[in-house]
Design a protein around this ligand. Structure first.
Ligand code: NAD
Length: 265
């Protein structure tokens, strides 16, 4: 229960990795705000699972790429819980296209959800961390921000230029924010998942042929699960990781090891 008495917000937590993160934070004692955009039924199911396991959570609908909705969400959750200790910027989308066919709408939507939402939520969280100030009995850090990045903050991804650009942006967003806020004891860290089995990449694992091709990219030879990322997020948010800020932790079964070179490249 290393996150006891802490309030955590997880964006995009009605499916995939966000569910794994919300459940892991709750299992470690945090009270979790399950943000979702459009799937109220799925968010309610996550809430039911957390409650059944003895955890505490609420659901909150908001589009995290919309400034007014983000501001209202933070005002409401601070009114309800008094403050926030942990933000997990998880919401993200893909809108894939060959570069010559990519529309401005596809570009703008991916940047808005994957990158601008992280700016909006982090700014609101930092304002609250600074207003509240340190609570050393609850956590050594005044606040913790975990940004869901990707191996594609590092590995280029043709056919997904908008997505890779958003994740590359999150890398320097996180590093710059961590540098600026470390003196205030606010930690900012990226998680870089590899291939995790969720709805966002269903086509990469839904058939045996697709899964076999995917596993060629993963030296550890298994696809990741939301729990793999949830467990990492819970640890990164805890005081056990208090000296970690301004870096990306990859959880990718070795995908960033460029496995093609294992057999001569
Ligand atoms: P997912 O599609 O299951 O989850 C994304 C969630 O974000 C969904 O619940 C969706 O409703 C929500 N969302 C989208 N737009 C939103 C908005 N405007 N406001 C609020 N919520 C919104 O996919 P996932 O794999 O769980 O993705 C979670 C994060 O992990 C994303 O940032 C993704 O880029 C990242 N990621 C995933 C993988 C992977 O292999 N699955 C790998 C690397 C990074």
């Amino acid at each position: 229960m290393r996150l006891q008495n802490q309030i955590a917000l997880v964006t995009g937590a009605s499916s995939g990795i966000g569910v794994g993160v919300a459940k892991a934070l709750a299992a470690n004692g945090a009270t979790v705000v399950i943000n979702y955009r459009s799937h109220a039924d799925e968010a309610a199911a996550v809430l039911a699972d957390i409650t059944a396991a003895g955890g505490q959570a609420i659901v909150y609908q908001a589009d995290v790429s919309d400034e007014a909705q983000v501001e209202k969400m933070f005002a409401d959750l601070i009114a309800q819980f008094g403050t926030l200790h942990i933000l997990v910027n998880n919401a993200g989308i893909q809108q894939d296209a060959a570069f010559v066919d990519m529309t401005l709408a596809q570009w703008n939507q991916v940047l808005a959800v994957n990158l601008t939402s992280q700016f909006l939520c982090s700014r609101a969280a930092v304002r609250e961390f600074l207003r509240r100030g340190p609570q050393p009995a609850i956590s050594r850090a005044t606040g913790k921000i975990i940004c869901m990045s990707s191996v594609h903050e590092e590995i280029p991804w043709g056919g997904h230029v908008n997505y890779a650009t958003s994740k590359g942006g999150i890398k320097l967003f996180m590093e710059s924010l961590a540098q600026e806020l470390a003196p205030q004891k606010i930690r900012v860290v990226n998680i870089g998942p590899g291939a995790i089995q969720t709805p966002i990449n269903r086509s990469a694992w839904a058939t045996p042929e697709a899964l076999a091709a995917l596993l060629k990219l993963i030296p550890y030879n298994r696809i990741g699960q939301p729990e793999d990322i949830g467990n990492l997020a819970a640890w990164l948010a805890s005081d056990e990781a208090d000296y970690i800020t301004g870096t990306t932790i990859f959880a990718d079964g070795g995908m960033t090891l460029y496995p093609g070179f294992a057999t001569g490249g």
